[in-house]
Write a protein that binds this ligand. Structure first.
Ligand code: ADP
Ligand code: ZN
Length: 755
C-alpha cells in the first residue's frame, strides 16, 4: 500500500530550529494536499495543534512508513494554497534572509488570507481568519408560479433581478428582505451564490486618459527600454532622472506598452503617502483594472484586493514594499520608484530587500525591472555604471524648467544676531513673500514631537525611556513624554530631575514646536503639519495631500514623508530644518541619506510654471554633502561616495551582514555574541577562500530596546551560497552551545551597520 506523506514546516519555529517534519495525509484529504498548502498538525509531546506549511508531498510504501508517524488534522482548500510562484518566493526568502519558513509564508500572503486553528466538535480544524469578505448574490432562475399568489415583495424582487444579478445588500436597499429571498430560492425562482464583496477603492477617480507625448529626452529613455520590455527575457535598468524630469510619464508609457503586450505591471512606491498620487495617475490613464497593496488598507480591503489580483482581475498593482509579493501572473514590467528609500528594506523578519525580491521575480517572469530615482543608491548606480543594469538619464526638468535656486542660512550667525527660534528670519521673509504671492511652501523637519530632549539643568541627567536607551520626546497635545520606539508614555510632564531634584529643561525642536513658531510668526498662514502623529487615522495622508493640492493650506510642514515624490504646481519655496544631526548620524549610509533627503525635498519646488527656490538652515553651511545637495549634483556626490566606500570597504565592494544578539541580561548577550564570533572564525579558518572580516561584538546604536540588551557583530563578506552555508553552519553550532543564557539571533543583510 502506498501512503501519501507531507513534509511540513511549522509555525513558531526559531531560526536555529526550523526543520521539516513528516506527517501522513489522512484518506479524506488524499489528493487535496499540495506543496504550498497550509495544514494543521499535531505537534510536540502534547500533540498540540499547530499551523504548518507543506513543502513537499511524497508517497511511501506502507512498510517503509516510520512507526509513530503522526497524521495531519486538516488542510486549506485548494484556492487558499500558495501558488508555485509564491512558494518559490518563500524558498527565496528563507534562503536569503535566514528567516523561518513560516515567517516567509506570512510575508507573502496577507493576514486576511491566512488561516487559524480552531476546535469544532472536539476536532482541530482550520478556519479562515476573515469570514465577512464575501456576500450573497442572487440571480433569476425561473418564473414565479401563479399559485399561491405571490406577494408584492416577491414580485418586486423578481422585477429587480430581471436586469441582472444583485447582491443581498443592493436588494435590501430597495426593501427586499432576506426572508423573501430565501422563500424565492426554495421555490427555485432564484439562485444564490457567494462571491467576493465588490469594492472599488478608487471610485472617485475619473477614467480620463490624456494623450502622452514624451519630451525628446524621455522618448530616448523609453526607446532604449522598449526592446528589453518586448523580448521576454529578464532585464534591469536604472532610470536616473533629476527631480521633475518626468520619470512618471516614462513609467506610464512603459505600462501602456506592457498592457498592449498582454502582460501585467507592478509599481512599487516607498511609502503610503505616495500611493494616492500614483493611483490617481494610473487610474485616470488606465481605468479600473488596478489593485493596491499597502498596510493602510484594512484586512478585508487588503484581502479583496489580493484576491482580485490572484484571480487575474488586475493588470496593474501599486503598493509599498510588501506589494512585491502580489500574486500577479505574467508580469512584464516591475518599477521601483524612489528606489533609494530605506523603506524597501524590511526591518522585521523576514528582513528582505524589495530590490532583491523584484530581481528574483523579474527573472522568474522574464520581466523588465526599472529602478528609478533622482538620487539612486550608491550600489544601484555602481551596478548601472558597470553595465549590470542599463543606465538611462533624464538630465533636464520637463519643459526646460530650471532646478530650484538654493541658499544657506547660517544658524550660528542667526543665534549671534539674537534670534533664538528654530525658524530663521530669512525663512520667515521668504515664507511671507510666498503668502503674499499666493504660492505654497514645503518645510522639512525630520523629527516629530515638540521638544526632543528633557535634561536636568543641575546634574545633566537626560530623561530616557526605561525600556530603551533613547531620550523621551515631549508631545504637547498629550502633555506627555513618549518613547518613539516602544511607545512608553510619562504623564504628567516631569518638571524635576528624578536623580537630584533639579529643574528639568526641555530643548530640541520637533514638528509640533515649529508649527507653533510659524503660527506666531506668520499669523493667518494656513499650516498643515504632516508626521506620524497627525496621519495615524485611515486615509489621513490622502486627505491632507488633497487639501494641500486644493490650496487649502499655504505651508506643508512635515517629516521625510513630505520630501519625495510629491508634485504640486504652486510650490515655489522649500525649507530644510534641523538636518545637521543626520549628517553626524551613525552607519555608512549617513551621507548618502542626507544627500538624498535634501536633494529630494529641494526638488519639490518649481515643478510647473513658477520657478522654485530653497533654503537650507544649518550650522555647517560649508559641509561638502550639503553643498553637493544644494547644487543637486548627483554625479559629483556619487564620485565622492564611491571613493569612500572603496577605501573603507563598504558595499558595493563587499556585502555587509549584521548579526544581532538580543536578550535580557547584558553580560549574557555579550558572551553569546562573543561565542558566535569564535565559532564563525573557527569554521571560516577551514575555508580560507571565503572572504570574511568579523567586527565586534559591540553594542548596537540603540543598546537597549523594549527592555532587551542588544549587541552586534558586523561581517564584511561576499554574500553568496558558500558564505550563507558557513553562516548556517555557525547558527547550527551556536544552537548546540551551552551558554549561561541564550540570546536570540537576528541576521540582517541590509542594515547600514546598525539594526
Ligand atoms: P519626477 O518623478 O521625475 O520628479 P514627474 O514625473 O512628477 O517628475 O514630472 C514632473 C512634472 O512634469 C509633472 O507635473 C508632470 O506632469 C510634468 N511632465 C513631465 N513630463 C511630461 C510630459 N511629457 N508631458 C506633460 N507633462 C509632463
Ligand atoms: Zn522605549
Amino acid at each position: 500500500m502506498i501512503l501519501p506523506i507531507a513534509q511540513v514546516a511549522v509555525d513558531n519555529a526559531t531560526i536555529h530550529f526550523d526543520r521539516l517534519y513528516s506527517y501522513r495525509i489522512p484518506q479524506p484529504l488524499d489528493g487535496k494536499v499540495w506543496p504550498g498548502s497550509m495544514v494543521l498538525v499535531p505537534f510536540g509531546r502534547g500533540d498540540k495543534p499547530r499551523m504548518a506549511v507543506v513543502l513537499a508531498v511524497d508517497s511511501c510504501e506502507g512498510e517503509d512508513v516510520p512507526r509513530g508517524l503522526k497524521t495531519l488534522h486538516d488542510a486549506t482548500p485548494e484556492q487558499a494554497r500558495l501558488t508555485p510562484d509564491l512558494l518559490e518566493l518563500v524558498r527565496f526568502l528563507k534562503e536569503r534572509t535566514f528567516c523561518t519558513w513560516f515567517e516567509a509564508v506570512r510575508a507573502v500572503i496577507p493576514y486576511g488570507a491566512q488561516y487559524r486553528a480552531a476546535m469544532v466538535d472536539g476536532h482541530p480544524v482550520m478556519q479562515s481568519r476573515l469570514t465577512r469578505s464575501t456576500e450573497r448574490v442572487y440571480t433569476l432562475a425561473g418564473e414565479l408560479p401563479p399559485k399561491p399568489k405571490p406577494g408584492p415583495r416577491q414580485q418586486a424582487a423578481v422585477e429587480a433581478l430581471r436586469q441582472g444579478p444583485l447582491t443581498a445588500r443592493q436588494l435590501d436597499e430597495v426593501g427586499i428582505s432576506k426572508s423573501t429571498l430565501d422563500t424565492l430560492c426554495q421555490k427555485g425562482v432564484l439562485m444564490v451564490a457567494e462571491q467576493d464583496k465588490a469594492l472599488d477603492l478608487f471610485a472617485g477617480i475619473p477614467f480620463d486618459p490624456q494623450p502622452l507625448t514624451l519630451a525628446p529626452e524621455q522618448q530616448r529613455a523609453y526607446d532604449a527600454l522598449l526592446p528589453d520590455l518586448e523580448d521576454r527575457s529578464p532585464h534591469a535598468a536604472l532610470l536616473h532622472g533629476v527631480t521633475g524630469s518626468g520619470k512618471t510619464i516614462v513609467f506610464l508609457k512603459l505600462i501602456e506598452r506592457t498592457l498592449e503586450l498582454g502582460r501585467k505591471a507592478l509599481v512599487l512606491v516607498p511609502e503610503i503617502s505616495l500611493t494616492p498620487q500614483m493611483i490617481r495617475r494610473l487610474k485616470s490613464t488606465f481605468g479600473s483594472r488596478l489593485a493596491v497593496q499597502h498596510s493602510a488598507l484594512n484586512n478585508t480591503e487588503r484581502l479583496l484586493q489580493w484576491r482580485m489580483i490572484q484571480q487575474g482581475n488586475a493588470d496593474i498593482v501599486v503598493g509599498t514594499r510588501s506589494a512585491v509579493f502580489a500574486p500577479l501572473r505574467d508580469i512584464g514590467l516591475i518599477i521601483i520608484d524612489e528606489e533609494q528609500e530605506h523603506t524597501y528594506q524590511s526591518e522585521s523578519a523576514p528582513r528582505y530587500d524589495a530590490h532583491d525580491v523584484a530581481k528574483k521575480r523579474a527573472a522568474m517572469e522574464n520581466a523588465l525591472l526599472v529602478f528609478a530615482s533622482a538620487t539612486p543608491l550608491t550600489e544601484t548606480y555602481h551596478a548601472a555604471e558597470s553595465g549590470k543594469y542599463k543606465l538611462l538619464a533624464l538630465t533636464q526638468r520637463y519643459g526646460g524648467r530650471p532646478l530650484p535656486r538654493v541658499d544657506f542660512v547660517d544658524m550660528r550667525a542667526e543665534l549671534t544676531a539674537g534670534n533664538p527660534r528654530e525658524v530663521s528670519n530669512r525663512l520667515v521673509q521668504e515664507l511671507r513673500r510666498n503668502l503674499e504671492n499666493g504660492e505654497q511652501s514645503i518645510l522639512l523637519l525630520n523629527r516629530r514631537g515638540y521638544h526632543t530632549v528633557g535634561m536636568c539643568a543641575t546634574c545633566g541627567h537626560v530623561l530616557k525611556c526605561p525600556n530603551c536607551s533613547v531620550p523621551l520626546v515631549y508631545h504637547k497635545p498629550q502633555q506627555a513624554l513618549m518613547c518613539h520606539h516602544c511607545g512608553h508614555t510619562v504623564h504628567p510632564l516631569p518638571t524635576l530631575c528624578p536623580e537630584c531634584g533639579g529643574k528639568i529643561a526641555y530643548s530640541g525642536f520637533g514638528t509640533q514646536r515649529v508649527e507653533e513658531e510659524l503660527a506666531e510668526l506668520l499669523p493667518g498662514a494656513r499650516i498643515l503639519r504632516m508626521d506620524q502623529d497627525s496621519t495615524s487615522q485611515k486615509n489621513a495622508h490622502e486627505k491632507m495631500l488633497a487639501q494641500f493640492a486644493r490650496q487649502e493650506y499655504d505651508i506643508l510642514l512635515g517629516t521625510q514623508m513630505v520630501a519625495k515624490g510629491l508634485d504640486f504646481e504652486k510650490v515655489t519655496l522649500v525649507g530644510v530644518l534641523g538636518i545637521d544631526s543626520l549628517l553626524f548620524g551613525q552607519g555608512f549610509r549617513a551621507y548618502e541619506s542626507v544627500f538624498s533627503l535634501v536633494t529630494q525635498v529641494i526638488g519639490r519646488g518649481g515643478r510647473a510654471q513658477l520657478p522654485g527656490r530653497a533654503l537650507i538652515q544649518t550650522a555647517v553651511p560649508n559641509h561638502p554633502v550639503l553643498q553637493l545637495a544644494a547644487a543637486q549634483d548627483y554625479e559629483a556626490f556619487y564620485r565622492e561616495e564611491i571613493a569612500f566606500r572603496k577605501f573603507g570597504l563598504y558595499p558595493p565592494f563587499c556585502a555587509f551582514c549584521v548579526v544581532g544578539f538580543v536578550g535580557e541580561q547584558e553580560g549574557a548577550v555579550f558572551i553569546a555574541a562573543q561565542r558566535f564570533s569564535v565559532l564563525l572564525a573557527q569554521f571560516a579558518a577551514k575555508q580560507p577562500n571565503i572572504p570574511l572580516r568579523i567586527l565586534g561584538p559591540a553594542p548596537m546604536g540603540i543598546a537597549m530596546l523594549n527592555g532587551k540588551y542588544r549587541y552586534k557583530l558586523t561581517l564584511k563578506c561576499r554574500n553568496d551560497a558558500s558564505f550563507r552555508a558557513l553562516l548556517q553552519q555557525t547558527l547550527d553550532a551556536y544552537a548546540q552551545e551551552k551558554l549561561p543564557q541564550k540570546a536570540s539571533v537576528i541576521l540582517d543583510f541590509h542594515s547600514d551597520g546598525d539594526l
